[in-house]
Design a protein around this ligand. Structure first.
Ligand code: NDP
Length: 481
């Protein structure tokens, strides 16, 4: 059994009330560890440690902060196999994915922000006629809260922590209670890298209690949250009267628009990834596939054929391409959408069933699922399912597909496959999304702004955008007449 502890003031500790939650393995449904069910007092202790560390960390030289973050990055990389195995076990994702994407990206997050902070700058505005010079100071906020989901556990947690620390803040973080393992391991790495005690504190527990205690803490100055839209609403409601800065990265129901003039083979290969990577549990997955009518039949045939070849299996096997869904609750939620299929306006054309995996009979394995729908208005096209489930629909014109793509509450990302330059520019402009990919998917450059519109969130992460989020600006005006 793994004994996960809170990481407060540079030390590992049990929760004050000695209450624990089970940590189970999605591959076989077996409980393999316990984690703290932390209460508000644990959060308060974490806050105090962060608060005490802030005066020193906030004035630590950029060179030193940068060096520590780069050291953390190097240590994550050096422990790649250990972290990758832990992430797969906790989340159910194929080991090949955690080894090639999740953990290297967690290291990159620290490496990127360790370097970005050395290039961060503020502005000055000179008005020679008035003999004034204005300049802007960007100071760290103080103690900030970072709350992250279970789908890309260490990747998304560090995407918040790294810029917050780089900018000179101290952090109280809460990973998802469903996937706490790699966040726990991160504490050891931080100590080894020489991160001063109290600068980063990781408190484990339930969203409704531990998470809520962070959000409603009167002196935690900002909340950076990634998770579901409903949770985002609740957080916004709690934080607004306290005038906290808020960054909300929420759900998505992203369109993948395929025109007949695209590079077909590249599109097909990428569409397999954008549909089913991480069992479809990525907020950026293209879960609504719209295909130009002239190639619809061909696409349907080829897509089903390729999806049929995907290997569903235990996360720890190298050959596995589709692992287990993260939990029983989530598996049941995804299945409930599949049960919506009525065979009239929607039809399963592939998958839709639990997959029995030998030796892992109680794991949460679901076949990649393709559903043909007749209307973009159906629940399957309007709700975020967040599993290995995509819908297919043909379209006849640019206007029709643009209208359908935008006719949804979400607006995180969109993908367009076309070799027509004019069309790609018009779609980039008119799609209601924070991120538009043309002839690619999830090709990330950490300098770019990342976030959504509509119910997909508020604010942008990434690059200097997030460093601005994690700093407070102050304008100084000097008259030198
Ligand atoms: P949740 O919203 O359920 O949880 C996210 C985090 O918030 C967890 O740590 C959770 O804790 C915590 N939490 C829950 N309730 C509260 C609360 N009242 N106050 C403070 N914290 C709380 O999301 P999931 O973990 O289920 O993640 C899936 C969702 O995340 C999907 O909707 C997905 O689209 C979205 N997502 C968005 C991304 C983006 O960049 N836009 C990227 C990745 C995912 P606990 O787990 O312990 O309940």
């Amino acid at each position: 059994m793994i004994h996960i502890q809170n990481y407060i003031n540079g030390k590992f500790s049990d929760p004050i009330q000695n209450e624990w939650l089970d940590n189970s393995c999605p591959a076989d449904g077996v409980v393999y560890g316990k984690l703290p069910n932390s209460c508000a007092k644990d959060v308060q202790n974490a806050y105090e440690a962060a608060h005490n560390a802030f005066p020193s960390w906030s004035v630590t030289s950029i060179a030193k902060r940068s060096a520590i973050l780069l050291k953390i990055a190097a240590l994550i990389q050096a422990n790649l196999e250990r972290f990758a195995a832990a992430e797969s076990k906790d989340n159910g994702k194929p080991i090949s994915l955690s080894r090639s994407i999740d953990i290297p990206r967690a290291a990159s997050n620290f490496r990127f922000f360790g370097k970005a902070i050395t290039q961060f700058y503020s502005e000055s505005h000179e008005a020679r006629n008035q003999k004034t010079i204005n300049y802007t100071l960007r100071h760290p906020l103080g103690v900030v809260g970072c709350i992250s989901p279970w789908n890309l556990p260490l990747y998304l947690l560090t995407w918040k922590i790294a810029p917050a620390l780089a900018a000179g803040n101290c952090v109280v973080a809460k990973p998802s209670e469903v996937t706490p393992y790699t966040a726990f391991l991160l504490g050891e790495i931080c100590n080894e890298a020489g991160l001063p005690k109290g600068v980063l504190n990781i408190v484990h527990g339930l969203g409704a209690t531990t998470g809520q205690a962070i959000v409603e803490h009167p002196h935690i100055k900002a909340i950076s949250f990634t998770g579901g839209t409903e949770t985002g609403k609740l957080i916004a409601k709690t934080a607004a009267p306290l005038f906290k800065k808020l960054s909300l990265e929420l759900g998505g129901k992203n369109p993948n628009i395929i025109f007949a003039d695209c590079d077909y083979d590249k599109m097909l290969t990428t569409t397999i990834r954008s549909s089913f990577s991480n069992q479809g549990q990525i907020c950026l997955c293209g879960s609504r596939i719209f295909v130009e009518a002239s190639i619809y039949k061909q696409f349907k045939k080829d897509f089903v054929e390729r999806v049929r070849q995907l290997v569903v299996g235990p996360p720890n096997e190298e050959s596995t391409q589709i692992g287990a869904l993260v939990s029983k609750t989530h598996f049941e939620k995804v299945m409930s959408y599949i049960e919506e299929v009525d065979n009239l306006q929607s039809r399963i054309i592939f998958g839709g069933k639990r997959v029995p995996v030998e030796g892992y009979e109680n794991g949460y394995y679901l076949s990649p699922t393709i559903i043909e729908v007749d209307s973009n208005q159906c629940k399957l096209n309007q709700d975020e399912i967040f599993g290995p489930v995509v819908t297919l629909m043909p379209f006849d014109s640019d206007d029709a597909v643009l209208a359908m793509a935008n006719d949804v509450n979400y607006g995180l990302s969109a993908t367009v496959w076309t070799n027509n330059l004019k069309r790609s520019l018009l779609f980039s402009e008119q799609l209601e999304a924070g991120i538009v990919w043309i002839n690619t998917w999830m090709q990330r450059d950490l300098r770019t702004p990342f976030g959504g519109v509509k119910s997909s969130g508020v604010g942008r992460e990434g690059g200097f955008e997030v460093l601005r989020f994690f700093t407070e600006t102050k304008n100084i005006c000097i008259n030198y007449e």
